[in-house]
Design a protein around this ligand. Structure first.
Ligand SMILES: [Zn+2]
Length: 369
């Protein structure tokens, strides 16, 4: 058989048999290229609805442009979080950004989707797609070649990531959070924070390398990815009071934003900004989930960019009622100018939000909503 014919058969590769496809790779000097072409073809042939159904998605709607469903990858129940765009045949998760890998790389084509949902290798994903579309992809060698290619691409992107590490937030292991949460957190419960709120924010307890007990506060970025864990010592106020179990760039993250995003529209694009963790939990406890913490007294440029990115219209600054808090509010307002509207919610007598009773705090915030 001529190269031409083989290529033709390969391209329209329905029911191609293993021998034939293996022949293609050995027959031509461009075997590698063809292998990639075949994968591309496979990606085009797969019916998105059948694929999503096979992967366990409960499709919420399906129109000519896109398919929407709750995201199986992170398991949330937002009915439209997951979006498969038909024109580009790629997926997006609007709740958690599940298309973004831990390295910060976006992998959202059909093969990546199967790899992520089934937690399988490249080869297994291609085989799965082949089975689904009735195409025999028994081309072991070709796939292995492709897997090497995929790995190489990944290595390259890791290298690039290394260079640009300053702008990337690293992900840390989720299992650590679970084990800390399983220890409970009596420290903050004794400080009057409601247990269900602590549970929601996955607060737990651990012992550091000096045997000091610390209440653990996982810090997640806007996609919900774990970027650090803050540990607050429970035996007093000696320094270091807080210890980061994983160093990270605080200025790039707004604590609680990933959860607050779910409530952006319900609160007309208004978000409350507080200084720290406890203030945030207290605001949530009194009934306002649209809150994030700047983890400091002044909002940073990166944090403002996050608010702009997610289309918030107004930031309500609820910083501590001391002199530094007042100063932080003025400086933050200055920085927010021209980007997002801002309003002050003043606290009196050097108080912070968590010094107020839930009823008083609710009454205060309600004046603005
Ligand atoms: Zn997701």
């Amino acid at each position: 058989m001529g190269k031409e014919v083989l290529w033709h058969l390969f391209w329209y590769g329905f029911n191609c048999d293993k021998v034939l496809i293996t022949a293609v790779t050995t027959f031509t000097a461009q075997g590698k290229l063809m292998a990639n072409a075949s994968i591309e073809r496979l990606k085009e042939l797969v019916d998105p609805m059948s694929l999503l159904t096979a992967l366990g998605f409960s499709v919420y709607y399906d129109n000519q442009d896109e398919i929407r469903a709750p995201c199986v990858l992170h398991g949330g129940d937002n009915k439209t979080a997951f979006c498969f765009r038909k024109a580009v045949r790629r997926f997006y998760c609007y709740s958690r950004g599940c298309e973004v890998d831990s390295s910060g790389e976006i992998n959202n084509d059909i093969v990546s989707l199967v790899m992520k949902v089934n937690r399988c290798s490249f080869i297994e994903a291609v085989r799965f797609l082949g089975q689904l579309s009735g195409i025999d992809v028994g081309f072991g060698e070709v796939c292995e070649e492709d897997e090497r290619y995929a790995k190489k691409r990944k290595d390259t992107s890791k290298f690039i990531e290394g260079i640009t590490a300053s702008s990337t937030l690293e992900e840390i292991d989720e299992s650590v959070v679970k084990s800390y949460v399983s220890n409970g957190c009596s420290y903050f419960i004794n400080k009057g924070i409601q247990r269900h709120v602590l549970d929601f924010f996955e607060v737990g307890t651990m012992h550091d390398e000096f045997g000091i007990e610390r209440a653990t506060i996982p810090i997640r970025d806007d996609y919900g990815r774990l970027v650090s864990i803050s540990g607050r010592r429970t035996d007093g106020n000696e320094e270091p009071r807080y210890k980061l179990l994983k160093n990270f760039k605080k200025r790039k993250v707004l604590y609680g934003l990933n959860a607050a995003l779910e409530y952006r529209d319900a609160y007309g694009g208004n978000i409350i900004l507080v200084e720290g963790f406890k203030a945030l939990w207290h605001v949530v406890s009194c009934g306002f989930p649209n809150v994030a913490a700047v983890m400091g007294r002044v909002i940073t440029q990166d944090q403002i960019n996050l608010l702009v990115k997610y289309g918030f219209s107004c930031a309500f600054l609820l910083l501590d009622g001391d002199e530094k808090g007042r100063e932080g509010m003025s400086r933050s307002k200055e920085l927010l100018k021209g980007k997002i509207d801002s309003k002050f919610i003043y606290l009196q007598d050097n108080k912070s939000p968590d010094d107020l009773s839930l009823v008083d705090l609710f009454d205060l915030i309600s004046l603005f909503f």
